[in-house]
Write a protein that binds this ligand. Sequence first.
Ligand code: NAD
Length: 361
Amino acid sequence: MNLNVLVLPGDGIGTEVTREAVRVLRHVAAKWNHTLNITEGLLGGIAIHKTGTPFPEETARLAAAADATLMGAVGLPEFDDAPPEKRPEKGLLGIRQALGVYANLRPVRAYASQLDSSPLKNHLVEGTDMIIVRELTGGIYYGTPRGITGDGAEMRAVNTMTYSRFEIERVSRMAFHLARARRKKVTSVDKSNVLENSQLWRRVVTEMGRSYPDVELDHMLVDNCAMQLILNPKRFDIVLTENMFGDILSDEGAVLAGSIGMLPSASIGDQRPSGAWVGLYEPVHGSAPDIAGQNKANPLGAIGSVAAMMSYSFGLKEEAAAVETAIEAVLASRHVTADLRPSGAPATTEQVGLAVCAAIG
Ligand code: NAD
């Protein structure tokens, strides 16, 4: 198979974890005789430095031409006080919107060998296995009007949370489809006791659920969900929610999985005429300026994102399973990065990447 992949390493540890993810991608392609064509592009802080904008047109063009995009992370402390338009994170929102990847799938699993990495008691996290499906191209991160106006005491800021029926339907469909291949349970999360936006969300998800009578649907308020994810994570199979709630809740997944460095993600858009899904793959974590450049970032979230790419964009289930099994083997070896509290000296980012390749064989 021909695999045309755009790689956007981004900033900070984004470049380090992406290097290892690409190592694994090359290894898989060689082992299964796929023709891999990798193009590299600019996104985030590095793109601002080189082109003046966080999401250059050239990057948009390359992403549209690629079969799949693998991204690291963006963000540099020097831009912390810059206006939103001039921040690296604007590049992230830009590419998600340009590719139309409206469903962000964030699997959260507690691996048996990693239970002690979680600050929660073992019996709480053991058996956790869910996918958080976060709407990614709508809601308050994109809604208008937005901005800051006025001066002094009259200064005012506004953001707008907006969803259409169409936007809710398509991400719900994705959630119900995923549930069918798993434990057949969708928990839709909203704030319908306060927000009209959430009332529409709940109404549309309920209507969609009628087309999937084999899938159990329940609704939960976001504040309760934040608590239940910690108290009883095993109760969740698919968690379906809007953009900002999903952004916040999915970081709780880091507590369940033991480290944010563990968590992969797949952002999926429409199906192309070839049948492949438009896909953007990235670890959940950010650019981690506090550990950048030290070869100690955990690359397993980025490597897990390669497994997701194999599965969703290329339909290569055997290759995806091989990468996931190799991740489990490396975790079981306990020669892992510092964030996972290894048994001996911590492994470097590079050593973990090499170990995953060795485990794939
Ligand atoms: P972060 O995820 O970068 O870091 C949070 C904490 O987790 C830090 O202590 C960091 O050292 C640790 N961590 C993160 N990834 C790790 C890994 N792979 N291995 C080991 N430890 C890891 O979040 P932050 O500090 O809030 O944000 C830093 C920058 O990243 C900001 O500019 C932010 O806007 C940006 N950001 C980008 C993305 C993205 O590109 N998708 C996501 C979140 C944050």
